[in-house]
Design a protein around this ligand. Structure first.
Ligand code: NAG
Length: 298
């Protein structure tokens, strides 16, 4: 087989695909290139457990038996696309949880969560997602990933507009939470959120439901981060503008729903990697949450 020829074809094919998708998406999302931590984020607690590399373009969070640590965005955002490149704790990470989420700061709060539950060496991480609207959560979904998240950086992102909240892993949608206001379900639309990330000990519940305890002889546990660009409407700067629709790329038609290809990818993830879905948990929820109607369609 002539490898050179094959690769050249793949290259041309990829180029055509790129051009086609670029045209369809209109104003395409900008990619996060080397934005240092300090531009958009500040440490939240245990400052000495955050390490900085490469001029702050990469950081590491450390967890030991004394403390975990975390950071948060300086700004608050109303809608946008929020992503982070994370390499999870390698080796024995049982009992640890690494989180990346958006949350508003009031009592009836909105929240959009990625939580990564560690495991014993060689055992798979679990990715748990959740959505709180108006203070109500209980919308957990859990999946295994199709790769080992401790080997390399992968991108975890959230698209949030007035139509939907999409969770993406390496740009593949793994969950969609549609605006189901018509079904009486609150949807985050008026409470600005900050981004948060943290690494902490949760061995009372995280791994095999709390059966596996954190092995402190393996500390410090280290999660690495990069890509600190934030593509959101900063409401602290102009709240009125953020509330007006149709201005930003994430409001455009192409981002109001998944396209056919994205639905196929979502289906693939859900069929092959789902561990738990609150929409299917009849024991816990004898009456299915109204938005689950749409979750089934997805
Ligand atoms: C850890 O590994 C066990 C055994 O493979 C698995 O049952 C469990 O779902 C994995 N993940 C967590 C976070 O418990």
């Amino acid at each position: 087989m002539n490898m050179g020829f094959t690769f050249r074809n793949v290259g041309i094919y990829a180029l055509v695909l790129l051009m086609a998708s670029g045209m369809a998406m209109g104003a395409a999302p900008r990619k996060a290139v080397n934005v240092p931590f300090g531009r958009n984020y500040v440490p939240t607690w245990a400052f000495d457990h955050i390490k900085y590399f490469n001029g702050g373009n990469e950081i590491q969070l450390l967890l030991d038996k004394y403390t975990g640590t975390g950071f948060q965005s300086k700004g608050s955002y109303l809608f946008g696309h929020f992503s982070m490149n994370i390499r999870m704790v390698p080796g024995d990470s049982a009992g640890t949880v690494t989180a990346f989420y958006l949350s508003s700061q009031n009592s009836e709060h909105d929240e959009i969560d990625f939580e990564f539950l560690g495991n014993r060496s060689g055992q798979p991480y679990i990715l748990q997602t959740n959505v709180f609207t108006g203070g109500k959560g209980d919308r957990e979904q859990r999946i295994f990933l199709w790769f080992d998240p401790t080997k390399d950086f992968h991108s975890y992102s959230i698209l949030w507009n007035l139509y939907q909240i999409v969770f993406l892993v390496d740009d593949i949608p793994i969950r969609v939470f549609k605006n189901s206001k018509d079904l009486g379900v609150k949807f985050p639309f008026n409470q600005p959120m900050k981004l948060y990330s943290s690494l902490w000990n949760a061995d009372d519940w995280a791994t095999r439901g709390g059966l596996e305890k954190t092995d402190w002889s393996k500390a410090p546990f280290i999660a690495a981060y990069k890509g600190f660009h934030i593509d959101g409407c900063e409401s602290s700067v102009n709240a009125k503008f953020c509330a007006t629709q149709g201005q930003r790329w994430w409001d455009q038609k192409a981002f109001q729903d998944l396209d056919a290809y994205q639905y196929r990818r979502l289906k693939w993830v859900r069929e092959r990697f789902t561990i738990y879905n609150y929409c299917a948990d009849r024991k816990r929820f004898p009456t299915m949450a109204p938005e689950c109607k749409r979750d089934r369609d997805a």
